[in-house]
Ligand binder design. Structure first.
Ligand SMILES: [Zn+2]
Length: 368
């Protein structure tokens, strides 16, 4: 967390702009100054990430690192509140579109936009650049592969991160607060993602592209996530929630799973085995042929009939064409890309040589 002494005349601590937030006793003048010196990374600038980035920027967080691998599409506009029709027409990268929109309503803060897929190779450079290492990381991703990578990195570096997920009308968040011998968590570290879920889910995973999403669920997840981050950044980590909190806004169900202490023997936070950071758990990607990428996702047996049913139901909404399947493979076309999926979870994506595009399609339509 930021430890710098507040400077008296920081442009990003403009007292009129932030007057209503300063009036709130939990923030005050001192809290606002701390926010001006805070560095927050948002990984993924889709629905949750864009909402979180917008809220952080309006709150006056001084430095934002935004990372996203995708481009704005018309189907994003229903829920991704930082983007507009011109962004979708130009297929602007989300990280850059977010940076431009933030600059229009808060030009005093620093926004570093990275059009990138977060990988074991670039994670340290993107999240902890020497000039502005993230004090806290917010999860705006759409896949578990990146979340487990984030978890490894955050535990290794003792940086807090906040998990957030939204699908359908459901929203969930969890604060992940690593222990540190000298930091504020020394006495009271919380569980990590692996403590609660030792392995990533297997088989087909519902995604916003297959199960749909309400923008309200996304904004709820982002609101809770950013509020928790504000507590941390203003030096009040003791106020942060110690549970996995979930809401289903349609059925009005609320769930809370206690998450006060790490699970003894957890491979990540207990034994410090960082397999996702080492790249061991990552699917292998190979370029094959002149214009295709293969994703060798193992241990992910996929029921092709079930998958076909899910995709067929909403093929036109998802802009999926030529959906076909038999016992051996499922294939569909989307725009310039043809996706072929095999029962062991392996996929061939034709129409690109860019592994990032292939991984994004996989995460969206198959789930990762
Ligand atoms: Zn753990």
């Amino acid at each position: 967390m930021p430890s710098e002494e507040p400077s008296p005349a920081s442009p990003s601590a403009d007292s009129e702009r932030y007057s209503r937030q300063i009036l709130f006793p939990g923030i005050g003048t001192a809290g606002q100054e701390r926010l001006a010196h805070a560095h927050v990374a948002v990984v993924g600038c889709g629905a949750t990430g864009a909402a979180a980035a917008s809220l952080l920027a309006r709150a006056g967080v001084g430095t934002l690192i935004l990372i996203d691998r995708d481009f704005v599409e018309p189907s994003n506009l229903q829920r991704q509140i930082l983007f507009d029709e011109a962004d979708a027409r130009e297929a602007l990268p989300k990280a850059e579109a977010a940076r431009r929109h933030i600059a229009r309503f808060n030009s005093a803060i620093q926004v570093h936009a990275h059009i990138a897929d977060l990988t074991p190779t670039n994670i340290a450079e993107l999240l902890t650049p020497p000039s502005s290492p993230a004090h806290i990381i917010l999860d705006g991703t759409d896949n578990f592969e990146t979340r487990y990578l984030l978890n490894d990195f955050a535990i290794q570096r003792t940086i807090p991160w906040i998990y957030a997920a939204a699908i359908g009308a459901y929203a969930a968040t969890l604060n992940i607060l690593p222990g540190s011998p000298s930091g504020p968590w020394a006495l009271n570290p919380g569980p990590c993602l692996s403590c609660l879920f030792p392995t990533p889910p297997t088989g087909p995973i519902d995604t916003c592209d297959t199960a749909g999403i309400l923008s309200t669920a996304v904004n709820l997840a982002a609101s809770i996530q950013v509020t928790e981050a504000l507590k941390f950044l203003t030096g009040q980590p003791d106020l942060m929630r110690r549970s996995l909190l979930s809401f289903d806004l349609w059925s009005n169900q609320r769930g809370e799973i206690a998450a006060a202490k790490p699970v003894p023997g957890c491979t990540v936070c207990g034994q410090h085995i960082f397999s996702h950071l080492a790249g061991d758990a990552r699917p292998h990607i190979t370029l094959c042929g002149r214009n295709s990428v293969q994703i060798h996702e193992h241990h992910r047996p996929i029921d092709l009939n079930l998958m076909r049913g899910r995709l067929a139901q909403n093929a036109s909404l998802l802009e999926i064409q030529d959906l076909r399947s038999n016992d051996l493979l499922l294939r569909f076309r989307r725009g310039p890309h043809t996706v072929t999926l095999f029962p062991d979870g392996r996929a061939l994506i034709q129409g690109t040589t860019d592994p990032t595009v292939a991984r994004s399609l996989y995460a969206r339509f198959i789930g990762s």
